[in-house]
Design a protein around this ligand. Structure first.
Ligand code: ATP
Length: 325
């Protein structure tokens, strides 16, 4: 998300302090409405609600140059152009059937975050197409995209407002009962209930300070309220204590059930469960398949598995994994 803020700040006249106050992609989308590069077409159509099929068709992408956003000085334009003209995605194609989970893996800089940002239309493709429910995302209304795609990132910010207000960004007309149901699904209802002001507790910098894992669960509660058919998830690399980690995992499994998921995967359990793993390297899908198939191939995935996923696993599963063939 940090990478997202950078270009957004450059793309618009919105002040940096406003940007840093953004809590969710919903808000980011509001800002993006101001940027010319992802304007809504006059004849844009609403995405079919609840479809959840995702297709990338020969997607090429290079980051927009400064000239295209017409903001930087001339020297900056030249410097940025040199850097930006390299495509970072080079013909990426894949399909995610409704309800399936795809795990994106690959070395740093391979294009995983870029792929996830193209799905939620933070940027438009340079060539090729991204389709949701059969509709090119460039032809969809921004409102329907926002409704269909929920994003959970590693750093979920909360506004200095009440818990109820923070949740209602996802669904302004949600009743208190709906808020509680979402909090229960996100495994955080008991904690909120124990606070003297309950849903009316003010949170954030100068209010009640949730831990990292608790903030993530509030973000998941927001996602449950919004009930998108597609979830884009950047799995945490930051270490949570094991109790918090377990609660976040339970909340995520509730949130992902029945939804299409595109996950930038850091957890062994995710790659093992994925219906499809896409291995990205230098902007291309170099391997695809399920965990066991890819381990058997003995290529880049097998190497990543040894160096990243086995290492990232918590001590208990690691022992169990090591004993498996
Ligand atoms: P990581 O695992 O390190 O997060 P990643 O696989 O998610 O990496 P991306 O963030 O998608 O990779 O980056 C792909 C390439 O695009 C990298 O070379 C990166 O430096 C470049 N890149 C990312 N953001 C921008 C930007 N705003 N402008 C220009 N280039 C960018």
């Amino acid at each position: 998300l940090t990478r997202l803020y950078g270009p957004l700040t450059a793309l618009s006249n919105v002040r940096v302090d406003v940007m840093s106050a953004l809590v969710s992609f919903d808000r980011v989308f509001e800002v993006l409405d101001l940027t010319p590069s992802i304007a809504e077409k006059p004849d844009a159509v609403a995405l079919p609600r609840g479809d959840g099929r995702v297709e990338f068709r020969d997607v090429w992408f290079r980051y927009p140059s400064a000239a295209e956003v017409s903001l930087a000085s001339l020297e900056d334009v030249a410097a940025l152009d040199r850097q930006a003209n390299e495509p970072v995605l080079k013909g990426v194609s894949f399909t995610v059937e409704p309800g399936q989970m795809v795990a994106l893996v690959g070395p740093s800089g391979a294009g995983k975050s870029t792929t996830s940002m193209l799905l939620s239309r933070v940027y438009d493709v340079t060539d090729g197409a991204v389709r949701v429910g059969g509709v090119d995302v460039r032809d969809a209304t921004l409102g329907s995209l926002r409704d269909e795609i929920g994003v959970v990132t590693q750093d979920s910010h909360l506004f200095h407002e009440t818990i109820a207000e923070n949740l209602r960004y996802a669904k302004p007309d949600a009743t208190d009962e709906e808020l509680w149901a979402a909090l229960r699904g996100a495994q955080i209802a008991d904690l909120v209930r124990s606070l003297p002001d309950g849903l009316e507790t003010v949170v954030g910098e100068r209010g009640y300070r949730f831990s990292g894992g608790e903030k993530q669960r509030i973000a998941i509660a927001r996602l449950l309220l919004k009930a998108p058919s597609i979830v884009v998830l950047d799995e945490a690399t930051a270490h949570l204590d094991s109790e918090s980690e377990a609660a976040v995992q339970r909340a995520l499994s509730v949130a992902l059930t029945g939804r299409t998921a595109l996950v930038i995967a850091h957890r062994l359990s995710t790659v093992r469960d994925a219906d499809q793993i896409l291995v990205l390297d230098d902007g291309r899908v170099v391997e695809r398949g399920r965990h066991d198939e890819l381990v058997a191939v003995g290529g880049l995935y097998a190497e990543l598995y040894r160096t990243q996923f086995a290492v990232a696993a918590s001590p208990a599963p690691l022992v169990a994994d090591a004993q498996e063939p």
